[in-house]
Design a protein around this ligand. Sequence first.
Ligand code: PHE
Ligand code: FE
Length: 300
Amino acid sequence: MADFQHVHEVPPEGANADWTIPQNWEAFNADNHRMWDRLFTRQSELLPGRAADAFLRGIDMLKLSNSGIPDYRELNARLEAATGWTVVAVPGLVPDAVFFDHLANRRFPAGNFIRSPLQMDYLQEPDIFHDVFGHVPMLTDPVFADYMVAYGKGGLRSLRFGALHHLARLYWYTVEFGLIEQPDGLRIYGAGIVSSYAESIFALDDPSPNRIDFDLVRIMRTHYRIDDFQQNYFVIPSLEFLLKVTLETDFAPLYANLKALPDIAVADIVPQDSIVTRGTQEFAASRNKKVWFYRSKHGL
Ligand code: PHE
Ligand code: FE
């Protein structure tokens, strides 16, 4: 824990009972805004043709192309008009139940700091760029917006079954690292990918990772990496499909069944997999340097 400056056990001084704090936009300095602009420019140039249409529409709709760290007063006016969601600032990682409660109420908690220039590609905790650039554009899409609400409610429910670690994998392989099959080709929509320059290329173009069709139980059995590019990506046919299958499935019996099913290691293929591309896994095998480290805040 000592490594993570922004982890707290109880709301720190000055935070509200729900862990929110004022964004205090005026407190960001010119370097902070420049950092946002550098990251924003690099990703916006890379993502057309790579990111999902819903994500690119979100970027346009939020007018995030205004320079500097977005002021949530302005950002939230646009976001709330689209789907009723808002972004709220929090001091860092928040407890699971707090996180889920915010999602269930259409509030996305965002860490209130931005990385330093030495952390362009390597970051231990989600910062404003990951949380706002990565997550918020998708929240302008009505279907994805509903998925995130359902996920928040499902998260609270999973705690009662002691099944958070299974549900956390669903978040990981959709919200953070999901791929989508559009009529015009495979695209990225996961926030962990779209906020990372190198993984935005790797996830679509590299021969190393497996790309496998979305399967709810399969995903909830699958480990994931938090210290490097993924060795598995899961592909949804559409956002509507993702929402429908998760909303219409009662997870309680799945959680019960999962107790008896073995976990699946990150790079493994199982007989029932519908494979989009079978990875060579050569990248993982040759790897000794971390590029992207995302500390899991959702239960694993
Ligand atoms: N239907 C799920 C349940 O019964 C809730 C859920 C919805 C979970 C969407 C994740 C995503 O728990
Ligand atoms: Fe995230």
